[in-house]
Design a protein around this ligand. Structure first.
Ligand SMILES: [Zn+2]
Length: 360
């Protein structure tokens, strides 16, 4: 397992020497965001809610957001964003954030809920919780502040944010005060934008990054060595295709990075609601309609397959044209690459199957 340099916050860490440049060969891309270690985290899990109950789950969540929104004046899409962000944290830290089954993903540790010095860490009495400077509140009016009750949880968070005000900047300051973490603020604001734009919670559809009817080929290359830029491993899958084949978003998400990188060339990074960062590199160019901070939908064109990268801005043709596609999971502190190959296979198959269905 290894840690990847935060892409979004501090940009790409560059390791490049004259010797590495001289060692450049044109054989095959070994590209992607830079890292300098040798092992990789693997996961084939897709966090998408895809059960027959999905609709009911989304409805339950939405009614809770609406209820607390009415009381606190915080728009539902911001409450939804906080809840979803916390849900992604629980997925990567299940042991630290253990809680009973419930509708919401928000987690507040007992020390914070009941107060660090409270001798009763399971305290549900709002008065004694307040005496010990705990933050737990009674949201549903049953006289108890229960940190495993959905309404109490959401109300407690919302009540802490509401006094900051409802302009986006004020709300961000409230988030900063609550999480003390810039990444948390960025994620919640990204998610809020997605929910506000689409007006629904069900935003987990996927698409294959290239049109399935185009000519392309790919195989699993995750974790292989690279031959350019020092000791790095390949954190993604190379999809070989001709120049100009459209590169499409694989998910609903927000454009987090767009521009030139020495390794990835013209590259774009999209953040999704599972807190995955989708990285597309070596593009020929970007679709004119795509700007930093925009929301995108699955299948939307981001740019075109090219061979940019491995040098100063505009460098191209150092290797055959292809899309380098990688996925990184944000753990709240770091980002970890995982192998996108099984997901690519899955999305490709689903799309081919649905195309067949619409034809018949
Ligand atoms: Zn690659």
């Amino acid at each position: 397992m290894r840690i990847f340099q935060p892409l979004s916050a501090s940009g790409i860490m560059i390791r490049c020497t004259a010797a590495a440049l001289a060692a450049l060969t044109a054989a095959c891309c070994m590209c992607g965001p830079v890292s300098a270690s040798a092992s990789v985290a693997t996961s084939t899990a897709d966090d998408t809610v895809k059960t027959t109950d999905a609709k009911a789950i989304f409805e339950d969540r939405k009614s809770l957001y609406d209820e607390i929104s009415t009381v606190t004046q915080i728009p539902w899409y911001r409450l939804a964003a906080i809840d979803q962000y916390e849900r992604t944290l629980t997925r990567v830290h299940p042991k630290d954030r253990k809680h009973p089954d419930r509708t919401l993903g928000i987690f507040i540790p007992s020390t914070r809920w009941a107060g660090a010095l409270n001798p009763n860490q399971e305290d549900v009495n709002p008065t004694s919780i307040s005496v010990f400077s705990g933050i737990g509140l009674d949201g549903d009016g049953d006289g108890k502040a229960d940190r495993n009750n959905d309404t109490d949880l959401l109300y407690t968070v919302a009540a802490r944010l509401s006094p900051y005000g409802h302009a986006a900047d004020d709300f961000s300051i409230g988030l900063w005060s609550y999480y003390q973490n810039t990444r948390a603020v960025q994620r919640v604001m990204q998610y809020a934008k997605l929910y506000e734009t689409f007006g629904k919670l069900d935003l987990f559809d996927h698409a294959f990054p290239l049109p399935v009817k185009s000519n392309y080929s790919y195989r699993s290359t995750f974790g292989m060595g690279r031959n350019w830029g020092g000791r790095r491993v390949h954190e993604g899958t190379d999809l070989f295709a001709n120049y100009g084949v459209p590169v499409r978003s694989t998910c609903y998400g927000v454009v987090e990075i767009k521009g030139w990188n020495k390794y990835g060339g013209w590259r774009i990074g999209i953040r999704d609601l599972n807190n995955h960062y989708h990285y597309y590199a070596h593009l020929q160019g970007f679709d004119k309609g795509i700007s930093l901070g925009d929301v995108v939908t699955p299948g939307q064109t981001l740019g075109w397959v090219g061979s940019s990268g491995y040098g100063k801005p505009g460098t191209q043709g150092k290797f055959p044209p292809h899309l380098h596609y990688g996925i990184y999971r944000d753990t709240g502190l770091n980002e970890w690459a995982f192998d996108p190959y099984p997901l690519l296979k899955h999305w490709e198959m689903e799309e081919k199957r649905s195309k067949k269905k619409t034809r018949s």
